[in-house]
Design a protein around this ligand. Structure first.
Ligand code: NAD
Ligand code: UGA
Length: 464
């Protein structure tokens, strides 16, 4: 079959960019992205395309190309479901905060709501595509809901996990290492549905990079990929601590190790800890699934990746306190960067939140500068932890518009995000305007150690 109308439920970091690229590459298909969040949809429809709700290099141009032609953003979920031949579910699947599996399992309530809504509305056959990251075997639950509450129409369920990384979403979507499509390979209808989705990606992705598997392999591959990626970061971060006590340099170690073609050079950058909405949640979910099958050794193995990451964030903050003569009470600490990585305005699970919280518990005064994150977001992130009254966060944390303002008269600076512009800062002037000794903690190994020491900074970097 040829798909003419696509609906995507969820206009977030995945739904928005993914559907924009599909619409741009497939002008003959109408793509409607729907969301319950009216503010978000209004932002996607903002006349000024630079005001779309997600900052991603290159995304505004793609949206400008397709929006109003064959790309639409709407809050009318029922209408979009009704019209569509293919429905992507791209809603959030965060860690559960209540009940069984609290703090570990993925919360599937939004997924189930989507399934029930699709079942209620659909009066013609639909291909339903899991775009969200889901526990293995979720497709079975979706099928049960759709078949038992629907109007007797046929639903084919596909798994098509998304591998884009934030900050490079458009590039990743245009040139994916692979597109993964899982479906029912045993029936003609299943194979037809898979082919319909293959045909969409084949508009711009070489056939060799489009991989088809059974649905369970596809669901599990997504959790596995994120677990492997996060494991590399925790592995190099574990080595960074060893480097600091032995005089080895973690960048040199990473380079030497990464030149082994069996290991490879990517994803070996030591840091203050990985953040982002997915690594932690997906590994916790994997741990939960393993435990639920009684596979305790498997669960313990992967849990260690998270424990190492928590340790890395904590020891970075603790080192600041220890180095500043065991007290930061009343001291001004400048945090450069709040986003969980550069080139995104996303702050979910950013290491900066936990480092700031640690320092605030020690009564530090924090000044934050991030080129893309709003003041409102920074306070929301701290308030969400519930460590102190909201007013206290506003009293102790100031958010400013330039790195210069953030660093003036600071006791210490902590580089939290690897924004390119932090390399270009006039560090000489920053040094002159700080209190002495001027402490600089580089959580991203971004700055030239020798240059910073020559300028007079007391300089500490993750992994030396
Ligand atoms: P997000 O929170 O940015 O977006 C999800 C959107 O879905 C929200 O705007 C929410 O309002 C909307 N929504 C929830 N329930 C709805 C409903 N019933 N009807 C209509 N709209 C509804 O989340 P995201 O970052 O785009 O992630 C979505 C999924 O993709 C998650 O499963 C995530 O694990 C996965 N994923 C994310 C990334 C990433 O880089 N962020 C990458 C790959 C995969
Ligand atoms: C990650 C994966 O890279 C994507 O493939 C996946 O689709 C996505 O999760 C998801 O499922 O949500 P993302 O979290 O957007 O993408 O960004 P990454 O580039 O993976 O970075 C994650 C965190 O690890 C960041 O805090 C980053 O600074 C940190 N990191 C990454 C390191 O500390 N060192 C590295 O070498 C790489």
């Amino acid at each position: 079959m040829k798909v003419k109308n696509i609906c995507c439920i969820g206009a977030g970091y995945v739904g928005g960019p993914t559907m924009s690229v599909i619409a741009q590459k497939c002008p003959e298909i109408n793509v409607t992205v729907v969301d319950l969040n009216e503010k978000r949809i209004a932002a996607w429809n903002d006349e000024d395309v630079d005001n779309i709700p997600i900052y991603e290099p290159g995304l505004s141009a793609v949206v400008a190309d397709a929006r109003g032609r064959n790309l639409f953003f709407s809050t009318d979920v029922d209408e979009a479901i009704d019209k569509a031949d293919m429905i992507f579910i791209s809603v959030n699947t965060p860690t559960k905060t209540y009940g069984i599996g609290k703090g570990m399992a993925a919360d599937l309530k939004w997924i189930e709501l989507c399934a029930r809504q699709i079942a209620r509305v659909a009066t013609s056959d639909k291909i339903v595509v899991e775009k969200s990251t889901l526990p293995v075997r979720t497709a079975q639950a979706l099928k049960n809901i759709l078949d038992n509450t629907g109007n007797g129409v046929n639903f084919q369920i596909l798994s098509n996990p998304e591998f884009l990384a934030e900050g490079t979403a458009v590039d990743d979507l245009l040139k994916p290492d692979r597109v993964l499509i899982g479906g029912d390979l045993d029936t003609e209808k299943g194979k037809d549905a898979m082919q319909a989705l293959v045909d969409i990606y084949a508009h711009w992705v070489p056939q060799a990079n489009i991989l088809t598997t059974n649905v369970w392999s596809s669901e599990l591959s997504k959790l596995t990929a994120n677990a492997f990626l996060a494991q590399r970061v925790s592995s190099i971060n574990a080595m960074s601590e060893l480097c600091e006590v032995t005089g080895a340099d973690v960048n040199e170690v990473a380079k030497a190790v990464g030149m082994d073609s069996r290991i490879g050079p990517k994803f070996l950058k030591a840091s203050v800890g990985f953040g982002g909405s997915c690594f932690q949640k997906d590994i916790l979910n994997l741990v939960y699934i393993a435990k639920s099958f009684g596979l305790n050794e498997v669960a313990d193995y992967w849990e260690q990746v998270i424990l190492m990451n928590d340790h890395q964030k904590r020891r970075f903050a603790a080192n600041i306190v220890k180095t500043l003569y065991n007290t930061v009470s009343g001291k001004k600490i400048s945090m450069l960067g709040w986003a969980f990585k550069k080139d995104t305005n996303d702050t979910r699970e950013a290491a900066s939140i936990y480092v700031a919280d640690y320092l605030l518990n020690e009564q530090a005064e924090i000044v934050v500068y991030d080129p893309k994150v709003t003041e409102e977001q920074i306070y929301a992130d701290l308030d969400y932890l519930g460590s102190r009254p909201d007013e206290e966060n506003r009293k102790l944390v100031k958010v400013v518009n330039t790195s210069k303002e953030a660093c003036n008269e600071a006791h210490a600076i902590a580089v939290m995000t690897e924004w390119d512009e932090f390399v270009e800062i006039d560090w000489q002037t920053v040094y002159e305007n700080m209190l002495k000794p001027a402490f600089l903690f580089d959580g991203r190994k971004l700055l030239d150690k020798h240059k910073m020491k020559d300028l007079g900074f007391k300089f500490y970097a993750i992994g030396n």
